[in-house]
Design a protein around this ligand. Structure first.
Ligand code: PLP
Length: 469
């Protein structure tokens, strides 16, 4: 099929720029919901192909009404980042260059850039020099990679080679995890054969922080290999575990300490907030996302391991057709589960170049300031309660009065109304017996005016809900 390459790619650029520019207006919801989108797209597999330009036009025409404005300034659901245009442009180049970035010698630019980005990440996050970074799709997979490295090491120390011999017959590993850990940690445990139920859950405080006294009590009961999973940035409250005490207790019991810091690890990049992560560098593996606070487009997560030998041991695959490796070479696929993959290091390199150390710090500080602005605006309204200590970018809010069930109904009604109004997007979650509205500030596009406009929309939704009760 013939087509005009420049015209095709130029049209994609045009559509992308037009869409991005529309996001300040349309920031809270898709115009068409999932079921209608599915109906609109339902069609049999075409027998014959179509011109690429026509397919692109159809793709944009059909998809755009069903896009959630996640890259916009007033999307506060999940912790989503917003894919900075510089990262998007770099990501386009990654697709255009079409490098299979699994190996180093066939793709020198991709491999070298990822190696530089590895060093920059370890530097900006102030983790132990020489730590290795696996460039994966996100924190869920990064958790699986970090915990695989943990599994390798604690079992090797117990005389068992889990990478070669698997878990059947292996010494039992005790996994200790905070009661308010993110769901992805349990998913990672499931993937690597530990099971999400077969863990010792450690009690947490009102903000979701692991309690060191409970950890000490539980770890004291365990014998054999142990892994402790801590958290930097609880998904609802943004709270940080007390890493100094956790690392000390865990290491006194020869346990590996893994930290899920999918968004919260970025507090290390700003002098204002770094204290929240004090002693985190004493852990053995860490996880964070590029597609959250670094504003890299999806998919971008990092599995960081202090002991790069162990990291590689847990991930490396071998094949006679793959290029040979010299001493000191860094093979991108040796730190991740996949062989073939896109050049994930390139947009990370581009975003770290675009923002620099000071730009990342300013971004994180700005978002945390916006979270405080939200809390101040909403907390001043009668019967709106801020349910967390707002230390970073997370605010959780509960509406109404009376018992938890009544407040849950009110909170759900406010969330539904806000989503319907479409000025901004917020979601909900269960938190310590209550239902809360979650507000996560993590888009580089958000301004103080967006926060005010969104707070107005939330307050107005609450007043309507209250008036209609
Ligand atoms: C604390 C925490 N861990 C893990 C994850 C999962 O990250 P991902 O969606 O990139 O896999 C998230 C996502 O929000 C998170 O907040």
């Amino acid at each position: 099929m013939t087509y005009d390459l420049r015209h095709l790619l130029g049209r994609a650029v045009e559509h992308a720029a037009t869409y991005r520019q529309s996001l300040t207006e349309n920031s809270g919801k898709p115009q068409v919901g999932y079921y209608d989108m599915r109906a609109a797209l339902a069609a049999p597999l075409p027998d014959t192909g179509s011109a690429p330009e026509a397919v692109l036009e159809e793709l944009v025409r059909v998809a755009e009404p069903g896009l959630m404005p996640m890259a916009g300034p007033r999307f506060f659901g999940f912790v989503i980042g917003a894919s900075h245009p510089a990262g998007v442009a770099a990501d386009w180049m990654v697709s255009a260059w079409g490098q299979n970035a699994g190996y180093h010698t066939p793709t020198p630019a991709a491999a070298a850039m990822e190696e530089i980005a590895e060093g920059w990440l370890v530097d900006i996050l102030d983790l132990p020099q020489g730590s290795s970074v696996g460039f994966v799709t996100g924190a869920t997979v990064a958790n699986a990679v970090g915990l695989s490295a943990a599994r390798t090491k604690v079992l090797l120390d117990a005389g068992w080679d889990v990478d070669a011999d698997g878990l059947f017959g292996a010494p039992e590993v005790t996994v200790l995890v905070g009661d308010d850990a993110h769901s992805s940690v349990f998913s990672a445990l499931q993937m690597i054969g530990f099971g999400y139920r077969r863990v010792t859950r450690i009690a947490t405080d009102g903000q979701g922080r692991m309690r060191p006294d409970s950890l000490a009590a539980e770890i004291g009961k365990a014998s054999g290999p142990k892994i402790v999973i801590a958290q930097a940035g609880q998904i609802n409250t943004g709270a940080y575990d007390p890493f100094g005490e956790i690392v000390e207790i865990a290491h006194a019991h020869q346990a590996w300490v893994h930290v899920d810091g999918a968004f919260g690890l970025w507090a290390r990049a700003t002098p204002e907030l770094k204290h929240l992560t004090e002693s985190i560098e004493g852990a053995d593996s860490w996880v964070t996302d590029g597609h959250k606070w670094l504003q890299v487009p999806y998919d971008s997560g990092f599995a960081i391991v202090r002991d790069r030998e162990v990291h590689q041991r847990a991930m490396t695959q071998w094949g006679s057709y793959l290029p040979s490796i010299n001493q000191g070479d860094r093979v991108p696929s040796a730190f991740v589960p996949e062989l073939s993959r896109r050049a994930r290091g390139m947009p990370v390199w581009a975003m770290l170049k675009t923002l620099g150390r000071s730009g990342v710090a300013e971004l994180v500080d700005r978002h945390c300031g916006f979270a405080k602005q939200f809390a101040a605006r909403l907390g001043a309204e009668p019967d709106i309660r801020i349910m967390n200590e707002v230390t970073i970018n997370q605010v959780i809010v509960n509406f109404g009065e009376g018992d938890a069930a009544v407040r849950k109904a009110a909170t759900e009604a406010v969330i539904a109304r806000v989503q319907q109004d479409g000025v901004c997007f917020v979601g909900g979650a269960a938190w310590k017996g209550d239902w809360v509205m979650r507000i996560s500030v993590s888009s580089g596009e958000t301004t103080a005016d967006d926060v005010d406009m969104s707070a107005d929309a939330i307050i107005s939704a609450w007043r309507t809900v209250r008036a209609n009760r």
